[in-house]
Design a protein around this ligand. Structure first.
Ligand SMILES: [Zn+2]
Length: 460
């Protein structure tokens, strides 16, 4: 064996139990009690520690491109290393189609960029920004794309699809046996609110939230759910932020619609008060941060299993690329970092404060994301024969979040100063130790492209 982890408490979505794990050739080879006569290069004593399957974050943006130019701060290399330090061993990023250009070409370029750099496994969603090239969908699916993203807004960046186009996309993807994933905000409302505020001279960060009020999300979710119902396609809702949005997901599930949804740590832990003050501009993302009542509603919908999973929508920008607080809200690049702090923050919120069980936590952050995108049980489980992607987590380790303990290429983070109890102390990826006690030590580019498969997706 290459590695043995002894005396830890194994957690997967089925339960918790004390056992030992033996790892060889990148796979879990044995799960056993007591002593077996295994020899290993290294034996780790994980007494009083939790053993999780690696976190699967299915919504991230590394080296985000806009019109072919990289605009976000991290690369696939630095982003996946920070992810690994936070206990994340699989990510799904996006190949965003440039309108009028083949999405297959965009996908191949994005994949080529990532392949040589990634420290952990990754896959790609494809964002469709027009309804040309629909004939490429079967090829993309055979290349391992399970999910086609659409935007109902960002017309000013040529990203949105109109209603007729959405319906056509849904029909085509359904026919080819894929799923769709939506960024849902009503475009004309966003433009109207935004332009009115700017005309009134309202430039501060808080007006970003006012430019995208709750109805913007509620209306768009309701509309695309109707299209999903009519076409019978599986619709996945990206980053739900409002009480109204999460209630719509609840009702859709009650009616038997095949809809799943995610929310992010920042929508659970932060609210629009963060937009006040000179650093408020850093926290601009879309959809925006909401009210305390939305935080509470989202929390309730996570606990009652309506919201299926936690993702980060990680998208890192430096202070300078966000304009150093000198730009009006509508010109500030949208996005915040989050991938390295997601597991400890959600652990602290859900386990320490809201008494969720460990299997529930692992379901939200690892098993269900893997199931939805057809990666389970290779990812998201601790079973014999699956990839040895493992987090050793110390539930009692207290940490204050500071730039020094994080591995981002920027010096700010929306959660700085927060104290949490519980932190990942080792991340093992395909049997290699990538991070130990807060240091990235493992091979830098051993990650691989994973084929997602909607045909292998499990309903959850
Ligand atoms: Zn996103």
């Amino acid at each position: 064996m290459d590695l043995i982890i002894k005396n830890g408490i194994l957690i997967d979505n089925n339960g918790c139990y004390q056992a030992n794990l033996a790892i060889a050739e990148g796979k879990i080879k044995a799960i056993f009690q007591g002593n077996k006569n295994f020899q290993a290069e290294r034996v780790i004593d994980a007494s009083k520690k939790m053993i999780f399957p690696g976190v699967v974050d299915t919504h991230v943006h590394f080296q985000l491109q806009d019109l072919g130019k990289i605009i976000s701060t991290d690369t696939f290399a630095s982003g996946t290393q920070a992810a690994a330090c936070g206990g994340v061993t699989t990510v799904i990023d996006f190949a965003d189609q440039t309108r009028g250009i083949s999405p297959l070409k965009g996908f191949n370029e994005r994949k080529k960029n990532a392949d040589s750099q990634v420290a952990i496994d990754y896959s790609l969603h494809v964002s469709k920004t027009d309804i040309e090239f629909l004939d490429e969908i079967p090829t993309l699916i055979s290349e391992g794309v399970a999910s086609f993203k659409f935007f109902t807004t960002y017309s000013w960046r040529n990203l949105d699809l109109n209603d007729a186009e959405l319906l056509e996309l849904f029909q085509e993807v359904k026919k080819c046996r894929g799923m769709v994933m939506g960024h849902c905000e009503n475009d004309s409302m966003v433009i109207n609110y935004r332009d009115t505020l700017i005309l009134e001279g309202k430039r501060d960060s808080i007006f970003h939230a006012h430019s995208r009020p709750h109805i913007v999300e509620e209306e768009a979710i309701q509309r695309v759910m109707l299209f999903a119902k009519k076409t019978g396609i599986h619709l996945h809702l990206a980053h739900i932020t409002t009480k109204e949005g999460s209630d719509l997901l609840y009702q859709a599930k009650q009616q038997g619609l095949f809809v799943t949804g995610e929310t992010c740590p920042h929508y659970l832990l932060l609210n629009e008060r963060e937009y006040k003050g000179p650093e408020g501009y850093l926290n601009l993302m879309s959809p925006p941060l909401r009210h305390v009542k939305d935080q509470q509603a989202l929390l309730k919908r996570v606990i009652d299993n309506t919201i299926n999973q936690i993702t980060t929508d990680h998208c890192e920008f430096s202070r300078a690329s966000k304009g150093n607080g000198e730009l009006p809200f509508h010109q500030v690049l949208n996005g915040i970092p989050g991938i390295e702090t997601s597991l400890p923050l959600i652990h602290d919120l859900m386990i320490n404060k809201h008494k969720l069980t460990y299997p529930q936590l692992i379901s939200l952050m690892s098993s269900k994301p893997a199931k939805i995108f057809g990666l389970y049980p290779q990812k998201g489980s601790l079973r014999i024969g699956t990839d040895a992607d493992i987090v050793i987590f110390d539930p009692c380790l207290e940490k204050r979040i500071t730039p020094e303990i994080l591995h981002y290429s920027i010096d700010w983070n929306p959660f700085l100063g927060r104290k949490v109890i519980g932190w990942p102390i080792m991340t093992i990826f395909r049997g290699h130790i990538l991070c130990e006690n807060g240091k990235f030590i493992g091979p830098q580019n051993k990650g691989r492209y994973l084929k997602c498969s909607y045909k292998k997706a499990l309903r959850c």
